[in-house]
Design a protein around this ligand. Structure first.
Ligand code: 1GP
Length: 240
């Protein structure tokens, strides 16, 4: 459990972790060298790969191209079982515990087992919690689930704790890619108080200030995708 153990030890040392999320469907593999340079020269610690809808094989192509260009762990954050690539280091084995759709609570996970058996991927059980952000996001549409309203704070906290008690190794608090608003900091803090396992926060974080606020509220690892896609100079703000 190298990737997970490294997250745990970073948490113990209160070292903030940052993942870039690359959506294989949105990214042109021909630009991979430039992207890898930008990543390697930044404070980014993890590379997440995944998307809500991704063309079959696109994940494999991206991971194969990226792997020789970086020493950072490549972690699959799959929207579907077609997004499993042997060459990644680890996979977030997600269960959408904010939703009530059996497909994303257990059915997709069962479907993934025969595929995972043919890999050496480190499998990290992750409770995935979708929070409302002001607009409908792709994950909401694809999974046909409702996000938890931000006003239902206790429900968010109890959902996260239930995830931990069920044996999840990570909780991922998600506003959704391209969210209008990130997960509110008071919700991050509330969830953090409940958990002993590391907390991932993502969705709608577009600048360094929001990143710092998420860390201060208690995020152990922050995930950013859209801000890197839309604004190349964002890497400059995050140089080593
Ligand atoms: C989505 O949390 C990630 O799953 C990243 O979201 O694209 O809004 O940064 P953004």
């Amino acid at each position: 459990m190298t990737v997970y153990n490294d997250i745990l030890s970073a948490k113990a040392k209160q070292k903030n972790l940052l993942a870039i999320l690359i959506d294989p469907d949105k990214f042109d593999v021909n630009l991979i060298s430039q992207l890898a340079d930008n990543i390697n020269n930044s404070i980014i610690t993890h590379i997440f790969v995944g998307g809500s809808t991704v063309e079959v094989e696109a994940t494999q192509r991206l991971v194969s191209a990226l792997k020789p260009l970086t020493h950072l762990p490549i972690v699959l954050f799959p929207g579907d079982v077609t997004q499993i690539s042997k060459e990644a280091n680890a996979i977030l084995f997600l269960s959408l515990i904010s939703g009530r759709n059996p497909k994303y609570l257990i059915e997709k996970q069962i479907e993934a087992v025969s595929l995972l058996k043919n890999t050496n991927l480190e499998v990290i059980p992750t409770g995935y919690i979708l929070i409302e952000n002001g607009k409908e996001t792709a994950v909401q549409k694809v999974t046909n689930t409702l996000p938890i309203p931000t006003a239902l704070q206790q429900l968010v906290a109890d959902t996260a704790k239930a995830g931990e008690l069920l044996g999840k190794k990570l909780i991922y608090l998600e506003a959704g890619s391209g969210a209008l608003h990130p997960v509110p900091t008071h919700l991050i803090s509330l969830v953090k108080q409940e958990l002993t396992i590391p907390l991932i926060v993502g969705g709608g974080i577009r600048n360094k200030q929001q990143l710092e606020e998420a860390y201060q509220a208690g995020a152990d690892l922050v995930v950013i995708g859209t801000a890197f896609e839309h604004n190349d100079s964002f890497f400059n703000d995050l140089k080593k």
